[in-house]
Design a protein around this ligand. Sequence first.
Ligand SMILES: [Zn+2]
Length: 370
Amino acid sequence: MNYKGIFVDDVEEIYAALLSVSGSEKDTLSIQYRPLAEAATLAGELFNERPDIVLLDFRLDENPKMIDPQKSYNGSGLAQLLRDKSSVAPEYDFPIVLISGEDKLESFYRPDGTAHDLFDRIYQKGQVGENPDPVKNELISLCEGYRQIKEFWADKSKRLSMLNIEAEEIELIVNQELRVALSSAGAPHIAARTILKCLIDRSGILLSDNEVAARLGTESLAPLEPELLHRKIRYDGVFNLGWRRWWAHRLDDWSKEVFNTRPTNITGSERVKLLNAKFGLNLSPAVSTWNNSSDEKFAFSCAVCERISEIRHSVSAFDPHAPKYSHRKRICWDCIQTERHLQKKIDVDDVDANLAREVLTKQRNGESSL
Ligand SMILES: [Zn+2]
């Protein structure tokens, strides 16, 4: 497909060219630069051009030559005007991405921040400049994802089909909360938000590579990929091109077959022994972030360091927006003791606050130094 994007900024236009995808690629994205104009006029023009994606800077008020400071606005102001238009005409909805020079992005992207829900994704200009390819891939995936969502839009009962899953599995994995979120969404961008933030970004129904590795007890997923693909464990629904994910329920079925029990009932060493025997591989087991042992029952990827961790050496993260169908985030003891979670601004849940305090002075053999 050939997708058309528009990049709005008051100072720089280089990102339009930097993020365009052309040539022999299967999907192309040509992004045009658009200077500022009065907000309502610009929103009307952008919308009427029927773009496949719009990219905005957050600070649109830094160039008084382009817009009268009295009439200036920021990226979320413009995004809100565009979202209002697509709520009235959902057939023309498109993703809106923030390409920001701001360092403190998380302050307005936090779940309780006002701008949080307006943007499908947020990228920093520095990150885009250094390594544009992964970002381009995600932008194309957003264009394609919206196109797919719109295909399934008219019939509310069919919207779950955008996940590309068998009808009998929908009964099994999709709970009321997700079903209602998708069927009641008033515009494609609201359905997209649910899929991106609750399925793609959170483990539960879908799992990232790290989460799959944690369940298998080994960091080296690559040698197992042919088998995982053959068993159709890879997610190939909406947005799969930009973000590789795996179906948790299919992985569960497959791993029970391989391990003869739930993976978390046996240690990483035991799991890897069974995997190696069954598939003729030479995988190494993961090691605990706390004690370097492979004889731990690895279960998840730490919300802070993303390494494979075990429940007994971890605490609950404060995760107030977790939907019922997702797993609550956890933090490994190593991140607590080294206070890595503070830099990432991921807090400990109150239920584990005392334990986290104890971990600060715990020695790695499990004895407290006090
Ligand atoms: Zn960690």
